[in-house]
Design a protein around this ligand. Structure first.
Ligand code: HEC
Ligand code: HEC
Length: 446
C-alpha cells in the first residue's frame, strides 16, 4: 500500500475529470466553477473535480438541506436528526466514543461519527468507504434501525411530504413531488458548503510565519519526517486533506478482536453488493471491526479503515473508527509504539522513537488545523485534552524507543542477535490460524 500515493490520487481524479467533461455542456462547465470565496486551504481544483455536474449547491437547496439536516422529524420517532450525531456547532460530531441514535444508550452504533466538514472531498464515504457519494451515504442512516429507524424510503417520503413547508419547497426547487433522491440531494447540497479551512496552518503556509508557534512548526517537520504521518495522511495544495483516501489496518480493532474468526463468519454472512446489509453489519454487529473487508471481502482489507482527514481534528474527538482514543496524546502514543501487532497491520506502521517533547510538538501542530470558525472551541478542547495528558493508556515507551520488541524499523532492539527476526511481528497466539497453516507460526529466535 505504500509508495503508490501519487498514482492512486491521479487515477480517480483523472476519471472524475473525464466524466465531468464528457457529461457537461459548455454552459454547465461554466456554472461548475468553484466559488470565488473558498476559504484558504480549500482547493479550487479539488472542488471542481469533487462536485458532480448538476449537484452544485445553490443557495435555495443549501437552505433546504440545512433545515433537513437539523430536523428530527426525519427519524421514526422525531428524536434524532443528522445533527444529533453531527452537531454543526461542535465540529459536526457528537463527541461520544460511539454514536447513539433511536437505539439510545442501550444500543449504540459500533462506530464513532466522523465529521461532515470536508466530507464533500472524500473519495468514498464511511470509515469503510461503502458509500460512493454524499447522496448514497445520506440514504443509509435514515433507514438504519438504530440510527434514525425509518422502515423504508416510501415511509420517509410520505412523512416529509405531509409537512407542508417541505412539500412546497421541493415543488419549487425540484419541480416535482418530493422523492427520496431529491431529499438526499438537498442534504448533500448543504454538506457541500461545509468546508474545513482557514486554519492557522493555512495562513502559515501562505506566508504568515507567525500564524503558528515554534512548537507547531517543529511538529509539521516531524509529521513529514520522523513521525512518518504523511505516508498516509498525505497533504499537497491540490488535495490539502491530510488523507490518501485509502484503507489501512493500523491495529485499532486488534485491541479486542479475533479477526480470523470474524472474517470467517463474515464471509459466510455477507451477500455481495447489498449495501443495506453491509450498513447494518457495520453499524450494529461485532463484524464492524472487519472494516473495509465487509465491502471488498479481500483478506488484506481485514481491520482496514479509511485514512481520516485531519483537518479540525482538535474539535472532533474522541478518535478512531471506534472512538477508543480520548486525546491526541493517546493517538501519538499508539503510533509511537508502531500500532498494535496483528497479521494485517499495515507495513507503513513502524515504531517511531518520538520523545515526549516531540509528541507535544506534533499535537501542537495538529491543533493548528482548526478552522477559524471553531477557533474558540478548539482552544477549549485542547485545554481539556491537556488536562488528561497524564493519563496515557496507549503509552509504551520501551517499545516506542526500541528497548523492547523488534518490529524491524528505525529503532531496532539493541539486544537483537538474529537479523532474520527483524520485521517478524510478535503476533499473539489467538491471531494465528488455528490448524494446518504452518507458515503463520513462525516463532522468534534470538
Ligand atoms: C446515530 C448517529 C448518526 C446519525 C443520526 C447520522 N449519522 Fe452520519 N455517521 C454516523 C456514524 C457512526 C458514521 C460512521 C459510520 C461508518 O463509518 O460505518 C457516520 C458517517 C457519516 C458520513 C461519512 C463521513 C466520512 O468521513 O466518511 C457522513 C457524510 C454522514 N455520516 C452524514 C450524515 C447525514 C447527512 C445524516 C442524516 C441523514 C447522518 N449522517 C445521520 C453517525 C450518525
Ligand atoms: C499506515 C497509514 C497511517 C499512518 C502512517 C498514520 N496514520 Fe493516522 N490514521 C490512519 C488510519 C487508517 C486511521 C483510522 C484508523 C481506524 O480508525 O481504525 C488513522 C487515524 C488517525 C487519527 C484519528 C482521526 C479521527 O478522526 O479519529 C489521527 C489524529 C491520526 N491518524 C494522526 C496520525 C499521525 C499524527 C500520524 C503520524 C504519527 C499518523 N496518523 C500516521 C492511517 C495512518
Amino acid at each position: 500500500m505504500r509508495g503508490t500515493r501519487p498514482a492512486a490520487f491521479g487515477i480517480p481524479l483523472l476519471l472524475l475529470a473525464v466524466t465531468a467533461l464528457s457529461s457537461a455542456t459548455p454552459s454547465r462547465a461554466e456554472e461548475r466553477k468553484a466559488p470565488d470565496d473558498l476559504p484558504l486551504g480549500v482547493s479550487k481544483v479539488l472542488w471542481e473535480l469533487s462536485v458532480p455536474p448538476g449537484a452544485e449547491p445553490t443557495a435555495d437547496k443549501v437552505a433546504l438541506g440545512e433545515k433537513l439536516f437539523k430536523d428530527k422529524r426525519l427519524s421514526i420517532n422525531d428524536t434524532v436528526a443528522c445533527a444529533t450525531c453531527h452537531d454543526p456547532d461542535r465540529g459536526f460530531v457528537d463527541h461520544k466514543s460511539l454514536s447513539e441514535g433511536v437505539g439510545g444508550k442501550a444500543k449504540p452504533t459500533q462506530r464513532n461519527s466522523p465529521t461532515v466538514l470536508n466530507a464533500m472531498f472524500n473519495a468514498t464515504q464511511f470509515w469503510d468507504g461503502r458509500a460512493p457519494s454524499l447522496e448514497e451515504q445520506a440514504k443509509l442512516p435514515i433507514l438504519n434501525p438504530i440510527e434514525m429507524g425509518q422502515k423504508s424510503p416510501d415511509d420517509v417520503v410520505a412523512k416529509v411530504r405531509a409537512i407542508p413547508e417541505y412539500a412546497q419547497s421541493f415543488q419549487r426547487l425540484f419541480g416535482r413531488d418530493l422523492t427520496y433522491d431529491d431529499l438526499v440531494a438537498a442534504i448533500a447540497a448543504f454538506e457541500r458548503t461545509q468546508y474545513a479551512g482557514d486554519a492557522p496552518f493555512d495562513h502559515y503556509l501562505h506566508g504568515d510565519s507567525k500564524a503558528i508557534d515554534a512548537s507547531a512548526q517543529r511538529g509539521w517537520v516531524l509529521f513529514n519526517g520522523k513521525g512518518r504521518c504523511n505516508e498516509c495522511h498525505a497533504f499537497n495544495t491540490v488535495t490539502p486533506l491530510f488523507s490518501d483516501q485509502k484503507f489501512h489496518n493500523i491495529g485499532i480493532a486488534a485491541h479486542k478482536t479475533d479477526f480470523i474468526g470474524l472474517a470467517r463468519r463474515a464471509t459466510e454472512i455477507v451477500r455481495s453488493g447489498d449495501m443495506k446489509q453491509i450498513d447494518e453489519l457495520a453499524i450494529q454487529s461485532d463484524l464492524s471491526e472487519l472494516g473495509r473487508f465487509l465491502v471488498t471481502k479481500q483478506a488484506n482489507d481485514i481491520g482496514a479503515f479509511k485514512t481520516p482527514n485531519l483537518r479540525d481534528i482538535a474539535v472532533t474527538g474522541p478518535y478512531m473508527h471506534d472512538g477508543s482514543m480520548q486525546t491526541l496524546w493517546d493517538v501519538m502514543d499508539h503510533y509511537n509504539k508502531g500500532g498494535v501487532p496483528n497479521p494485517n497491520l499495515d507495513g507503513g506502521m513502524q515504531r517511531l522513537g518520538l520523545t515526549e517533547p516531540e509528541i507535544d510538538d506534533m499535537v501542537a501542530f495538529l491543533a493548528t488545523l482548526t478552522s477559524a470558525r471553531f477557533a474558540a472551541f478548539g482552544k477549549k478542547e485542547m485545554a481539556r485534552q491537556r488536562g488528561l495528558k497524564n493519563v496515557r493508556p496507549e503509552r509504551d515507551t520501551a517499545v516506542a524507543m526500541g528497548l523492547k520488541g523488534n518490529l524491524g524499523d528505525l529503532a531496532p532492539d539493541p539486544t537483537l542477535r538474529n537479523p532474520a527476526t527483524i520485521g517478524v511481528l510478535l503476533i499473539p497466539q489467538n491471531f494465528l490460524p488455528p490448524r494446518g497453516a504452518k507458515d503463520g507460526q513462525r516463532t522468534e529466535k534470538r
